[in-house]
Ligand binder design. Structure first.
Ligand code: PGA
Length: 250
């Protein structure tokens, strides 16, 4: 049976006591899933959520990191710091980071390389704006983000990379990309990565995924999972998404 990756992105939500209750509540609901479950939490929740998730099938990651090992970068968290607390997943280049914190493709690339150096799996996000979509530039933009984001990564690195296609106009807006378009773009991304580095990477879709649309999305051939924002804050909704999408005949 093919395993989908179901990743939650809590963004700037949840206090430690809420994170603990969330894991307690969702754990029995998802213990039988074949899908891989990752929840990317705020740094202040990581210790608590990760402790609660020990011995379960839930993995805990974070949402950002700096690309230097250490130094005068006030307020930042480095890859060795994440490794030291047993963090294994980090979201890199989320559109909110690109939009509000001026992260460029070059920064995303540096972060992805540094994450890999420390054995962390980067979940690298790419996506086009509504303007770019309406100008018919989706493929051009996504291809360029992939090419620049993967500069100097080696094929062996890519075993441990996840890409998330997140059209910016679909994030937090309730506007879901049609499952056909999401499927097509995930294929474009997979093929591009294959062309550059000759290796298969899992490609997730993200943007207004919820417990009603997750099944249709996850049944698509080229979509290997979902990155879920809003709906990952509710244990019951997120549990339903986690059980979605077992391909027919599996
Ligand atoms: P959303 O967010 O599910 O709330 O649209 C997705 C994301 O930003 O990763």
């Amino acid at each position: 049976m093919r395993r989908n990756i179901i990743a939650g992105n809590w963004k700037m939500n949840m206090l430690p006591n809420e994170a603990i209750s969330f894991i307690e509540e969702i754990e029995p609901l998802v213990k039988d899933t074949n899908n891989e479950v990752i929840i990317c939490v705020p740094f202040t929740d990581f210790f608590y959520a990760n402790n609660m998730a020990q011995g379960t099938n839930i993995q805990v990651g974070v949402q950002n990191m700096h690309y230097e090992d250490k130094g005068a970068y006030t307020g930042e968290i480095s890859a060795p710091m994440l490794k030291s607390v047993n963090c294994k997943y980090v979201i890199v280049g989320h559109s909110e980071r690109r939009q509000y914190f001026n992260e460029t493709d070059e920064i995303v690339n540096k972060k992805a390389k540094k994450a890999l150096e420390y054995g962390l799996t980067p979940i690298i996000c790419v996506g086009e704006t509504l303007e770019e979509k309406e100008a018919g530039k989706t493929i051009e933009i996504i291809t360029s983000q992939i090419e620049k984001g993967l500069v100097d990564l080696t094929a062996s690195d890519l075993d441990k990379i996840v890409i998330a296609y997140e059209p910016i106009w679909a994030i937090g807006t309730g506007k879901v990309c049609s499952s056909e378009d999401a499927d097509n773009m995930c294929k474009v991304i997979r093929d591009k990565v294959k062309e550059i580095l000759d290796i298969d990477v899992p490609v997730l879709y993200g943007g207004s995924v919820n417990e009603q649309n997750s099944n249709e999305i996850l049944l698509k051939e080229n979509i290997d999972g979902v990155l879920v924002g809003g709906a990952s804050l509710d244990p019951e909704k997120f549990a339903k998404i986690i059980y979605s999408g077992h391909k027919l005949g599996e």
